[in-house]
Design a protein around this ligand. Structure first.
Ligand code: BJ8
Length: 424
């Protein structure tokens, strides 16, 4: 195995702490993923990527920097990867999914902040994420209040640029967002020294759209009964989309989909045809947050979709036809990004429609609404989602949790009761 210690030292990681973090991953991964029955062979690539989570990909980023390129860290799907790629930079979703970094964050941030915010901030102050260390700057966004305020403090530790995302998708809100993309383009050009031309942007968009299309293909495959891939594996693929090389990732997802379509043709699945089919909806699950999927699937359910930013909100919409000019492309990208129905918007009825459509079209027997503790936007929106699903006789279980393992037994009991009710 390659020794990356000199690279991690160069990145200023706290090696002692980082060793503890990486030391815990293989055992956890083996217990959750490698122990599953009937895994598709195509998952081997994604296992490899996780095995190299702070190694090979970080090395690729460092090589890119050594040849004069920039690396830019992201926290939210509203920031368009195409614009960053068009500037010759590499976008990476930052580590934000583990309890490990939360105590470091709580030295600075209030404890009653959502785990995703604390985890990402803790990775920076604790110097345990090579991606944020490798990034030339990070791009935050004005989505929820917790994130907005965290970025102000983060800027004391790392170069931080914040783009504005409107709260409403009115014509004025759309114009504001388009203007923000223009400003982001200028910022990227200044930082990279690369002019974003119509041709460069079209090439970058083709790369991003191919990735999104591959993820949609995988998502559509999960309509099958029996489903040919576990929810855990499908979630893992989406999580890896945020930091892997986009062209290589797309090829591997399409290879996996070829294999899964073969399974469907042969009537093969990973779970029995009678396993309750569960749609998960709510807050994103950044790697390595596998807690809810693990509980659901260990309890005998199959997760058939994620209405989440580590799910359909990331890849659900495709870029509309446009005139190919820079202005036309930017407008199309702005419109595509605003198809992300995040709970930070008001009103956000499109998300409720999305949950209903997914639950019906993917034949979900129930929906589990997942909210990270202290995430007020998703917690409040769950009220309307529950009402809408009740109108269609689709049961909903609300889970509010954080990244710790302390409540796993309690969640498992509630999940068991929910599945029993569905089976009954
Ligand atoms: S587009 S969901 S990635 S903001 S869970 S930090 S909302 S308190 S992550 Fe998100 Fe962009 Fe929206 Fe998606 Fe705040 Fe809630 Fe925490 Fe959240």
């Amino acid at each position: 195995m390659t020794d990356y210690r000199s690279m991690w030292t160069e990145l200023g990681l706290d090696l002692e702490k980082h060793d503890i973090l990486l030391g815990a991953l293989p055992g956890m991964y083996e217990g959750i993923f490698l122990s599953q029955d009937d895994r598709p062979e195509g998952m081997a690539y994604f296992d490899f990527v996780i095995g190299e989570i702070h190694g090979l990909r970080v090395k690729e980023l460092m090589d890119h920097k050594a040849s004069g390129g920039k690396v830019i860290g992201l926290f939210c799907v509203f920031v368009p990867e195409d614009l960053i790629l068009a500037a010759g930079a590499i976008p990476v979703g930052l580590c934000a999914g583990t309890q490990f970094s939360v105590p470091d964050a709580e030295e600075v941030l209030p404890r009653n902040t959502c785990a995703l915010i604390k985890s990402s901030f803790g990775f920076k102050v604790g110097r345990t994420c090579p991606y944020v260390q490798a990034s030339d700057f990070v791009i935050g966004e004005t989505t929820c209040d917790g994130k907005k305020k965290m970025y102000e403090i983060l800027a004391e530790y790392h170069p931080t640029y914040v783009m504005e995302v409107p709260n409403k998708k009115t014509p004025l809100g759309r114009e504001l967002f388009l203007e923000e993309l223009r400003s982001l383009k200028t910022k990227l050009e200044t930082e990279t020294g690369v002019t974003i031309t119509a041709e460069r942007l079209a090439d970058a968009t083709a790369l991003v759209e191919a990735k999104r299309a591959a993820l949609r293909r995988l998502h559509n495959i999960r309509k099958a009964r029996p489903v040919p891939i576990s929810g855990l594996d499908a979630l893992l693929v989406t999580q890896i989309a945020f930091y892997d090389d986009p062209a290589r990732f797309t090829e591997k997802v399409n290879n996996l989909c070829d294999e899964l379509e073969g399974r469907i043709a042969r009537g093969e699945g990973v779970a029995s045809a009678n396993a309750p089919r569960i749609l998960v909806s709510g807050s994103p699950m950044a790697v390595p947050n596998w807690k809810l999927h693990r509980i659901l699937e260990d309890s005998g359910a199959t997760v058939i979709g994620e209405e989440s930013c580590t799910g359909t909100r990331y890849f659900g919409s495709a870029l509309a036809e446009n005139d190919g000019t820079l202005a036309g492309q930017l407008k199309a990208i702005a419109d595509r990004q605003l198809e992300t129905h995040c709970a930070c918007f008001t009103p956000n009825d499109e998300r409720i429609e999305d949950v209903l459509t997914l639950a019906k079209d993917w034949q979900a027997d129930g929906v589990v609404h997942y909210t990270l503790q202290f995430c007020h936007t998703f917690a409040n929106e769950a009220v309307k989602i529950e009402r809408a699903l009740a109108g269609e006789n689709i049961p909903l279980l609300r889970i509010e949790t954080d990244y710790s393992d302390e409540d796993m037994g309690q969640i498992k009991n509630r999940v068991d009761a929910f599945l029993k009710m569905i089976r009954g």
